[in-house]
Design a protein around this ligand. Structure first.
Ligand SMILES: [Zn+2]
Length: 448
């Protein structure tokens, strides 16, 4: 990993800034000093400013853009093991038994494998709700990803995490690695939470000066349970317990009523829209356009690879648009520029970060996407709209060649520089086999 005070210069780049003017510098460069972006612009302008001694990254004509933000994330240990069950069943029969059985060692290797995949796909920030925050923090610190961590907090009888576990994780890891790692309060969901727990979670987040990460209105079943258990819909209950607010990320929100949309808007709550997860688990299609129209800040998340099999946010971006267009029968909505904005700036804003845009003074989370590829052909020189379309609709994680996070080069020419990837894959496999045995979950059930 490069030294934090090092200067890095990315040259020979098509710089996609994602600034308010949507500036793209077709013969551009980005200069990084320490953990911040020092300058962005045409090659001539940036090079004139740069002092000697910078490490040079030749983008070879590739697109250089802000790193992607995965706003709803769970480290995953068991991809591809339970693929054809509805949400409630997959949780009861696979995910809860597995996450109850995991230990810090298994979490550490699974987190390294999950984060390695994300970095390979151009993700520089993960909003990861999982267990054993020390192990997650250790993995994030070593691999170099920007990570917002939280526990899976539920009422005690469910055998998951407590608010004290989360507070302890906050004490040990919040603000570590030059502020690259933060800890927020994670609440699993309302079917596993009491009013008392929700109120205590809100109070704890307030006392610690941190935010909240919660699943809300993911499935019709969840809404029905909430109505039976509390007499109100999930977001109404969350509002009354002080869970909503400008430091809260609510994941999914597939089934929001008009009243609940109003509560999200009025409290400044951020939504993580997770279309691939919602589709694969049969949960439905969120009213995304209504949320955006209401002025709610909406970012994108993949959820977990146990649910959707890949952490590739380019796939999530594309699904976000295609599902809305299919349902609305309208090819004009959620255009490429909107999607790129959601996966960078909206995600960053939701977490209160200084990333998501290439501009002087911002944190240096930057990725390089190779454009010299048949999948991005043709590309008319100087045409921003065609470039945006390629990035949002034709790209995929494997097109990402180089990743810089907090000013440090963590992947160069598709090689992870911070960790031994071969060892991670081996250890992550061993961890799953070990935990599978302990969790007593059955084998894959399919029609065949
Ligand atoms: Zn989730």
């Amino acid at each position: 990993m490069s030294h934090p005070t090092q200067r890095t210069l990315i040259t020979n780049a098509v710089v996609v800034t994602m600034n308010d003017a949507h500036d793209v510098h077709f013969d551009g460069a980005v200069a990084i000093e320490g953990d911040r972006i020092a300058s962005v612009g045409s090659s001539a302008d940036v090079l004139a400013d740069v002092r000697d001694g910078a490490r040079i990254i030749d983008a070879k004509g590739g697109a250089v853009m802000p790193g992607l933000v995965d706003l709803h994330y769970h480290t995953a240990i068991g991809r591809g093991w339970s693929d054809h069950l509805p949400l409630w069943q997959i949780l009861q029969e696979f995910w809860y038994p597995v996450v109850r059985a995991i230990d810090p060692e298994a979490v550490y290797w699974s987190a390294l494998a999950s984060y390695a995949e994300s970095i390979r796909c151009g993700v520089t920030t993960v909003n990861d709700m999982y267990r054993h925050i020390d192990a997650l923090g250790q993995a994030a610190e070593e691999i170099g990803i920007r990570a917002v961590l939280s526990n899976i907090v539920a009422d005690a009888e469910h055998g998951l995490d407590s608010l004290e576990d989360n507070a302890s994780g906050h004490r040990s890891r919040d603000g570590s690695a030059n502020g690259r790692i933060e800890v927020k309060i994670g609440i699993e969901w309302l079917p596993l939470a009491s009013i008392g727990l929700l109120r205590d979670a809100s109070e704890l987040a307030h006392d610690l000066g941190t935010g909240i990460h919660i699943h809300l209105n993911e499935s019709v079943g969840e809404v029905e349970i909430s109505k039976e258990k509390f007499g109100r819909r999930p977001t109404e209950v969350a509002y009354e317990c002080g869970i909503l607010g400008s430091s809260t990320v609510a994941a999914h929100c597939v089934w929001l009523s008009d009243t609940e949309i109003g509560l999200m808007r009025d409290t400044g709550t951020h939504i993580s829209h997770n279309p691939t997860s919602n589709a694969k688990l049969g949960n439905g299609v969120a009213r995304l356009l209504d949320y955006l129209q209401a002025g709610i800040n909406v970012g994108l998340g993949h959820d977990s690879t146990e649910g959707v099999n890949t952490g590739d946010m380019f796939e999530v971006m594309k699904f976000a648009s295609l599902m809305q267009r299919a349902v609305r029968m309208d090819a004009n909505v959620l255009q490429a520029g909107d999607l790129l904005h959601m996966v960078t700036r909206n995600g960053s804003d939701a977490l209160g970060h200084e990333t998501g845009m290439l501009a002087e003074g911002k944190k240096a989370d930057v990725i390089v996407i190779e454009l010299d590829d048949v999948g991005f052909t043709p590309l008319v020189p100087g045409n921003r709209n065609q470039l945006y379309s390629h990035l949002a609709f034709a790209s995929h994680g494997r097109a990402v060649s180089t990743v810089v996070i907090d000013g440090a080069v963590v992947m160069r020419e598709r090689e992870l520089l911070t960790v031994d990837e071969e060892k991670i894959l081996r250890k992550a496999n061993e961890a799953f086999v070990r935990i599978l045995d302990r969790a007593h979950v059955g084998s894959v059930q399919t029609h065949i």
